[in-house]
Design a protein around this ligand. Structure first.
Ligand code: PMP
Length: 573
């Protein structure tokens, strides 16, 4: 991997105290300057000392000897010429620019190199440069920074981000202005007269975040309970709305009970790390969501990843490792968050039975979307098979926030007492619990929500397939990945789409592997077919503008997507 090296032609030195220049003139006078900028051409300094311009340091005078004192070490600069002397009214300092005339120790030579290395780590400059054309976010994720300053990595990332934003194809930062539903108003960094964008990247698949009954339920609970829940569930954070929500979930998932968490992320890290203990084994799909991957790091159990949706690999791992451990948990997602494909749950559950393992399914993207009644993939299990633990989130089906785990009472008891992310964190506000209850109620009563969503998914998938997108004709989830592979083309196409009023989210590493960057379209029940037609039409335009063809990526990136994204956990062979 190419390391992002800052261009070392110019260094703005903000941290005044760390770099100063002492100059001894031929008359023996010593002047101290604070260096503010070092470039290949010279040094820019300032001084607040009582400095007389008429002194021997006037423009074009030669300084025979100068010392740069930095971090207690002395660096001889050799002879210099004064190029500019200017009094800055604002800072009441003299700005003095020197240029180096001695080629014995030019700034561009070894000294310059040393300066570059040192100043990068010492300076807090905002004007260091990183060429955003050469690097992508991917280069900074695992950046091995050698500086002793803890924030040096942050500085580099921040500089990259600033430069990145300047590029036309990335210059859109979107913020939603007051508006909701499948069409919204955005505040973009680009000037545009458009104020109506079709949302194609929302998690609110059923459009319930904007449903008047859901909003009213939240308002009523706000009046009754106030703003927050006031504590974690083990202290003051459990309201009647929370309890009712647990009962509803238990009923929907045909489990004894449910445990609430303040996000889906918190549910996975809390539940998985609490369930599997030291001496246990966790086997999870390679393409598991970050929250699952993080839970593996947090758990005291040993963890292994099986190749994406590869039950043969899962079986091999079970054969090799199961006997070395006490309990075993197999973790998978119903619908995978970035690829939108579904897991082979039937076979996984059978393997779990064969190897005496427990199963945990994350239904974040399947609850409200797939399954006989839209309750998730577990509904499709044949022969009365069951998943031991069902995890879900309110951020998709309800368009809200909060996570949950539904399971047998014993498991819920353990999680109530041991899942740290819900014990040591405030619970969702009662108004959120009430809104989720209303959203779940609407979902169960109004069957057209699910059918509309499923019809829209089919319609959009067919449309994208007609452009050549390698999507399965029976693609069932609302997550519709369109892999572009090349981040520059992705950015360019994003620009075209935004200009045409299509609001979709480009996804890059580390969310997906490096050459599988993509648009992650999500379809909503309230989209009209003409909305979707427009998106497909504009996408074709974007493809032409970026000279993109699906054949470019079909073999490389989709293959890569199957192999998995970069993960901190070793893939067992
Ligand atoms: N699991 C999966 C599979 C997800 O995709 C996500 C996030 N979209 C989460 C868990 C976390 O859910 P939340 O955003 O509600 O915290």
């Amino acid at each position: 991997m190419v390391k992002p090296v800052l261009r070392n032609k110019r260094f703005d030195v903000r941290n005044d105290s760390t770099l100063c220049l002492f100059i001894e003139t031929c008359t023996g006078q010593k002047h101290k300057f604070t260096v503010t900028n070092v470039s290949a051409g010279g040094v820019l300094t300032k001084t607040s000392e009582n400095f007389d311009e008429q002194d021997e340091l006037s423009v074009d005078s030669m300084i025979p000897y100068g010392k740069l004192i930095w971090d207690k070490s002395e660096l001889v600069l050799g002879r210099m010429t004064i190029r500019r002397v200017r009094f800055d009214q604002e800072t009441t300092c003299h700005q003095i620019a020197f240029s180096v005339v001695d080629s014995e120790i030019p700034v561009e030579g070894p000294l310059g190199f040393q300066l570059a290395e040192s100043l990068i780590s010492e300076s807090s400059s905002s004007q260091l440069e990183i060429d955003p054309e050469r690097f992508s976010l991917a280069d900074f994720v695992n950046l091995d920074d050698e500086s002793i300053d803890l924030f040096s990595r942050a500085r580099k990332i921040s500089i990259f981000r600033r430069e990145w934003r300047k590029l036309p194809q990335y210059a859109y930062e979107t913020t939603r202005k007051p508006s909701m539903g499948p069409r919204v108003t955005l505040q973009t960094t680009r000037r545009t007269t458009r104020n109506n964008f079709i949302v194609m990247g929302s998690n609110d698949y059923l459009g319930l975040a904007a449903h008047p009954e859901v909003i009213n339920a939240a308002k009523k609970a706000l009046d009754e309970y106030g703003f927050g829940s006031t504590g974690s569930p083990v202290t003051t954070g459990r309201s009647a709305a929370h309890v009712e929500l647990c009962d509803t979930l238990a009923h929907m998932f045909r489990k004894d009970n449910a445990v609430l968490f303040n996000s889906g992320y918190a549910a996975n890290i809390g539940a998985i790390s609490a369930l599997a203990n030291s001496g246990d084994l966790i086997l999870a799909d390679f393409l598991s969501h970050a929250s699952i991957q993080d839970s593996l790091r947090m758990s005291r159990a040993t963890s292994r990843l099986f190749r994406h949706n590869d039950v043969n690999h899962l079986e091999t791992l079970l054969e090799e490792h199961r006997h070395k451990h006490k309990g075993t948990l197999i973790v998978t997602e119903g619908v995978f968050s970035m690829d939108g494909d579904v897991s082979k749950l039937d076979e996984i559950v059978q393997l779990a039975r064969k190897f005496n393992a427990r199963t945990y399914i994350d239904e974040a993207h399947s609850f409200g979307v797939v399954g006989e009644h839209g309750l998730g993939l577990w509904e499709n299990l044949s022969g009365g098979d069951k998943v031991d633990v069902v995890m879900g989130t309110f951020s998709k089906i309800c368009g809200g926030i909060g996570g949950f785990v539904a399971a047998d009472q014993e498991v819920c008891d353990l999680l109530d007492l041991m899942a740290r992310s819900q014990i040591f964190s405030v619970s969702i506000p009662p108004s959120t619990a009430a809104a989720c209850l209303k959203a779940l109620d609407l979902f169960q009563r109004d069957k057209s929500l699910l059918t509309r969503l499923q019809e829209n998914i089919r319609y959009f998938v067919n449309g994208m397939r007609s452009l050549g997108a390698p999507l399965a004709p029976d693609h069932a989830s609302a997550v519709i990945p369109v892999i572009i592979g090349d981040e520059k083309k992705l950015g360019l196409m994003n620009e075209v789409l935004l200009n045409s009023g299509i609001y979709v989210v480009p996804i890059v590493y580390p969310a997906v592997s490096r050459n599988a960057s993509r648009f992650r379209f999500t379809v909503m029940a309230p989209h009209t077919q003409s909305d979707l037609d427009l998106v497909i039409f504009q996408f074709e335009k974007a493809m032409k503008a970026a000279d993109f063809k699906f054949e470019e990526v079909v073999s490389g990136a989709t293959q890569n997507a199957k192999q998995g994204r970069t993960t901190p956990i070793n893939l067992a062979s």
